[in-house]
Write a protein that binds this ligand. Structure first.
Ligand SMILES: Nc1nc2c(ncn2[C@@H]2O[C@H](COP(=O)(O)OP(=O)(O)O)[C@@H](O)[C@H]2O)c(=O)[nH]1
Ligand SMILES: [Mg+2]
Length: 417
């Protein structure tokens, strides 16, 4: 990047920052006004209730409504941080994707900053060293060997690494490639790997199809973040105005239903469950589909028990759940999403391969990208298991999940500052 480019980007980011700051101030004032009005209305309502002595049931209804309002307020809005290097970088990534200054939001900046910070460990063991070794000198066959080692170490996987190194070698045979240009080329090649399964799937991003029941099953081994991710998805979905319902089909873990209910409450999404011991997960899904049909639900999110890919009975159970969905709602759109914990690196890749064999997956969700050095495993999953990555998670908060965007991911993974 030339100095003028970088000055322009800074200028762009500074303007975006000022605009966001102004918008944030306006929103705050608007919220305060709304709150005042609401309190006034509540006061009037209470007086009215007093006067009319409404019957008990009605009072209960109002009380629970107020509760819901209070609960939904507990999800804090992100605050605009300092205008710092993180902000500039995030704004530049958004600008590079064609976003105009007035189109960017605090949410997006917040997320990109988090993603970049999350991938810092992956980056440290990779780019910093790469840049050190490459410097400004043109690439040499030796620097390709170094790059190969670094890619493997970042858990990018052997197939993806071979692919990238081969392309770079070809390029090197044809022309002199400078350090900066090498990185640019590397980013492009890595992005291609992530985009291939997404292109093959025919859908750039995964969103529920309107007018149909969409059923998304979250599968994966214990502890990878299925339930947490489902909670975040419920929030994302209901915030995007899809009528959403949760099925608690993890009937193995005692606390699983309670954990889901907490998430459901946070985004006002109902949870269908069966509290009895050894309840049949397929029966929970059966009930949830009935409910979903009655309520005209757009998206039914199904939490499943963590299973070892080697345990056949649990895999059979997944098949049973799918059979019930096919039978009861044959025109529904079913997505089986494998949840993978990025910090497990190559072990996650192994899980993906073996689940893909027996569970007919349609996509992957990578979690825990905050603070692992193994973010590169996302590339291995794309290249070696051919699964489109649909969402990524970088934190335990309700907003720490976003639709996957290969450009943002690669930029965050290779950001050199
Ligand atoms: N740091 C971090 N922790 C996460 C993320 N997603 C889930 N977790 C944590 O991982 C643990 C297991 O999550 P859980 O959803 O219960 O996993 P499950 O067994 O697959 O349902 C919990 O402590 C979560 O808070 C993430 O993106 N980042
Ligand atoms: Mg769980």
């Amino acid at each position: 990047m030339t100095d003028t480019d970088s000055d322009n980007s800074r200028e762009w980011a500074a303007q975006a920052y000022a605009l966001l700051k102004k918008r944030q101030e306006e929103q705050k004032q608007e919220l305060e006004k709304q709150e005042e009005q609401k309190q006034e209305l509540e006061k009037q309502e209470e007086q009215k209730q007093e006067l009319e002595k409404q019957e008990e049931q009605k009072l209960i209804n109002i009380a629970s409504k107020k509760n819901i309002l209070r609960k939904s307020k507990t999800i804090s809005e992100p605050e605009l941080g300092e205008f710092d290097d993180n902000f500039t970088w995030s704004a530049m990534v958004l600008a590079a994707q064609g976003k105009k200054i007035n189109q960017i939001s605090i949410d997006e900046i917040d997320w990109l900053t988090k993603l970049r910070r999350g991938l810092e460990e992956t980056r440290k063991g990779f780019v910093t060293e790469l840049l050190d070794r490459l410097g400004d000198d043109p690439l040499t066959p030796e620097s390709l060997d170094d790059l190969e080692t670094l890619l493997i170490r970042a858990d990018v996987g052997i197939d993806s690494t071979d692919k990238v190194i081969d392309s770079l070698r070809k390029k090197l045979n044809e022309e002199v490639v400078g350090g900066e240009e090498g990185i640019k080329f590397l980013k492009k090649e890595l992005k291609l790997i992530l985009d291939k399964p997404i292109k093959n799937s025919g859908r750039d991003i995964l969103v529920p199809q309107k007018g149909k029941l969409n059923v998304w099953l979250l599968v994966g081994v214990n502890g990878v973040g299925k339930t947490t991710t489902l909670g975040k998805l419920a929030y994302l979905s209901s915030r995007s105005n899809y009528k959403t319902l949760i099925a608690a089909a993890d009937t193995f873990r005692a606390a699983a239903v309670e954990q889901l209910k907490v998430w459901g409450d946070r985004s006002n999404v109902d949870v269908i469950s069966n509290q009895s011991k050894n309840a049949d997960p397929a029966a929970v899904v059966f009930d949830a589909i009935n409910s979903a049909k009655k309520r005209n639900v757009d998206l039914l999110l199904v939490d499943t028990a963590g299973r070892l890919q080697t345990k056949n009975n649990l895999m059979d159970e997944l098949a049973k759940i799918k059979k019930i969905i096919d039978k009861k709602v044959p025109d529904s759109i079913v997505e089986s999403l494998l949840v993978l914990d990025a910090s497990q690196g190559q072990n996650g890749l192994k899980q993906a391969k073996s689940f893909a064999k027996s569970a007919d997956l349609s996509g992957a969700i990578i979690t825990k990208l905050d603070g692992t050095s193994r973010g590169g495993v996302s590339l291995a999953v794309s290249e070696e298991v051919n699964l489109p990555i649909r969402f990524i998670g970088a934190g335990e908060g309700i907003k720490d999940l976003r639709p996957f965007n290969s450009y943002e991911f690669i930029e965050a993974m290779l950001a050199d500052k």
